[in-house]
Design a binder for this molecule. Sequence first.
Ligand code: PLP
Length: 479
Amino acid sequence: MEHTEFRVKAKEMVDYIADYLENIRSRRVYPGVQPGYLHKLLPKEAPYNPEQWDEIFKDVEEHIMPGIVHWQSPHMHAYFPALTSYPSIMGEILSSALNVLCFTWASSPAGTELETIAMNWLGKLLGLPECFLNEKDDSPGGGVIQTTASEATLVSLLAARTRALMELSKLNPELQSSELLGHLICYCSDQAHSSVEKAGLIGLVRMRYIESDGNQSMRGDRLDEAIVADKKKGLVPFWVCATLGTTGSVAFDNLREIGEVCEKHSAWLHVDAAYAGSAFICPEYRHWLDGVELADSFAFNPSKWLMVNFDCTAMWVRDSTALHRTFNVNPIYLRHENSGKAIDYMHWQIPLSRRFRALKLWFVLRNYGVIGLQKHIRESVRLGQKFEALVLADQRFEIPQPRNLGMVAFRLKGDNALTERLLKRLNARGYIHAVPACFKGVYVIRFTVTSQRTTNQDILDDWNEIKTVASEILVEVFG
Ligand code: PLP
């Protein structure tokens, strides 16, 4: 493809994207295809001769779209939102054209500096304490964009592990790190996301799961008891992950209590607020942040609810030297005359190369403004409340855990099997898409308000669909 063709075809692509997003409501949100469907439609080998763009693009609507889950649809209620928006797409287009790799300041000064600035803006927007910002030359803290919340969790655990191993080897200079590793232990709630377990597996450290209370919240007293018991066994507690907005029920761990326990036992506190973090741009939700000044790292995904398309995980650390100690390698080809003076984000993450993701974040922050973003969050919560009210008004359904923010976990009263059947049939019909969760043996359907395009009518239509299918199932089962 040459310049002239690109000018024409890229404009057509922009129209295709705008049409797609404008009319997304008319598409079946969940595809009806079976595994292997695409293998039957596409050739077994890459073409030897170049193909015309129109030929290539024809296959998108014919073969690719039938296998797409339409995550931007108002009828998408599965997982958490993964929203995009026009300013974000603009950022992505420009960033893919520039295709700079912002691993050091020198590899793209604007890429690095815009990331620091956008992360300071965002940190202030959430009301994070100053220790997480990077506004002065000697600020030890700061923000960095990671690929995913899972990666932020792993980065945090590895940094805490380095700190703990350094302390331990001072006390036991005769022992190797590999021998000390067996003494380390870290903690999260039994409601924490599976990525926390994965971080422990990769980090080769033990993980203890703290039983959450009746509100699915990890509390300080239970964490403290577990830590004290582990210390008596000779273990070294070094890292705790608190979740603000759990995946199953958007429950909140008690950050202040947990922070105080971490302080008492000198453990690193990481906060995983993957979904709920976006809500903290609205002051009325910041009570869940109480105690955040006790955390060592904090992460959430603007790529979920804040309309910055995937990938974009915002992570802040109190002390970036803990990351440097863990990830710093400094070969000659990466050194530059401002090494040590300017931020080199390669020392804050696992891979070397990194995309210019700050651009789309900056575009979104500017184009919506604080007011536009707050309106979006509040509207999702209002629609969540609306759905909750519809469910509660129908005696056949129940909501076992209180709703928080834009997610309602509901079920048909009675056996789990009824709700399982309901969900299976809803997804098979493809008009709405949702996934389940299980709270201590109670099976629920998670209904998340995902799209910025969702209207009152969409919620009513979705509820009608759920009620119709539920009535069918109840007749089949009970006659
Ligand atoms: N943490 C929580 C609480 C989540 O809900 C999720 C995903 O929904 C994750 C972590 C993982 O996010 P990511 O896909 O960005 O790794």
